[in-house]
Design a protein around this ligand. Structure first.
Ligand code: SF4
Length: 361
């Protein structure tokens, strides 16, 4: 670890980092009395989601599923509802798979050894390292994008952090010098990456405990590091949402079991941008009688590899018979607005349109 620092100085720099962490660590719910389950839930939630956004989800999730056995027994739709808004829904599905593995293979006791954790569904080297070090005091690093950024800057290292070889090298360097308080050390690095050695814009070097040894600072090359692959261009998909409602409720549709937002619910949509006339014709074609149509606002939702550019129409239809409440040909089914709020997991891509379908007309 810290290869830029002579060995006799390393302990001093580790101490500097730890002292900085003890003085500056944010108070976060998952840091109070950490146990393996809580650390795991927080780490999975924090992938791709900001700390402030995660806090209420974490609290709610732990109230509903206080331990690994409760999670193993959860109903999938209910679980997805509790994850609604966090995105990347396979994360929570994998959590349930891991919970079942723990129940069935580890007598329901959450493991804290890295080599055991890494075998569980959805747990990679970073998460296993975080749980093992924070909850199990194991001297193992937890290397994520934050840590890679800090280490390449600290060492003035132009290695590409998207390359597995770079990740392996940095992990091995950290491994060799983990202090006894490995959990605190890993959390200190996470904290430094989240609050000081920031990814975009200027890092707050004057607040950094490593400012006197950091090579990127010394050589004024901070803005050049870390080196990483350019993100792939996202594919744009145009969609026309049809917010169909009548006295029998509003129409929802279940998404396919594979692919983007697998198994979640959605507001029915047609591919491409459609005119008001085309939407009306489509709705009549599938057997409903439109009474009123109104174009509402457009929205763009960005996923990691895809952008949805959404156009939307609000359609009020004539009362429908019970047989039409479940339209198997189009996978539509009608539900009461209140049910959407409590029962059906609706991805955040549809959040701007919720106000139209959760309000009783
Ligand atoms: S001195 Fe600046 S660039 Fe170097 S590790 Fe600290 S915050 Fe990052």
């Amino acid at each position: 670890m810290l290869p830029c620092i002579e060995e006799k100085m390393r302990q001093k720099e580790i101490d500097n980092l730890l002292n900085w962490y003890y003085a500056n660590a944010r108070k976060l719910p998952w840091r109070e009395n950490p146990n393996a389950y809580g650390v795991w839930v927080s780490e999975i939630m924090l992938q791709q989601t900001r700390v402030e956004a995660v806090k209420p989800y974490y609290k709610r999730f732990l109230e509903k599923y206080p331990d690994v056995l409760a999670l193993a027994e959860a109903k999938e739709e209910e679980l997805l509802k509790y994850w609604e808004g966090l995105g990347y829904y396979n994360r929570v599905r994998n959590m349930q798979k891991a919970a079942i593995q723990i129940r069935d293979m580890h007598k329901g006791i959450f493991p804290t050894e890295y080599e055991v954790l890494i075998e569980l569904a959805g747990i990679g080297p970073y998460t296993a390292g975080a749980i093992a070090s924070i909850a199990g005091d194991e001297k193992v690093p937890a290397v994520d994008g934050n840590v890679l950024r800090i280490m390449t800057r600290l060492n003035g290292d132009y290695s590409n952090i998207s390359e597995p070889a770079t990740i392996k090298k940095i992990r091995e360097e950290l491994f060799a010098c983990m202090p006894e308080c490995a959990g605190d050390f890993n959390q200190a690095l996470m904290e430094l990456g989240a609050t000081v050695c920031l990814p975009n814009g200027e890092p707050k070097c004057e607040e950094c405990p490593w400012k006197s040894t950091c090579k990127a600072k010394k050589r004024t090359i901070i803005s050049e590091l870390p080196v990483k692959n350019k993100p792939q261009k996202r594919k744009v998909e145009e969609r026309t949402l049809i917010l169909l409602s009548g006295s029998n409720g509003v129409a929802l549709r279940k998404r396919p079991v594979k692919g983007l937002l697998a198994g979640m619910y959605e507001i029915p949509a047609l591919e491409g941008y459609r005119s008001e006339q085309e939407v009306l014709e489509y709705v009549k074609e599938i057997g409903y009688h439109p009474l009123h149509v109104k174009k509402i606002e457009d929205h763009v939702h960005i996923f990691s590899h895809i952008e949805w550019h959404m156009r939307a129409f609000l359609l009020r239809i004539d009362e429908i018979s019970d047989s039409m409440k479940t339209d198997t040909a189009n996978d539509f089914f009608f539900v009461e607005p209140e049910e959407i709020m409590v029962k059906y997991p609706l991805p955040s891509a549809f959040a701007p349109y919720r106000k139209y379908i959760e309000t009783k007309k």
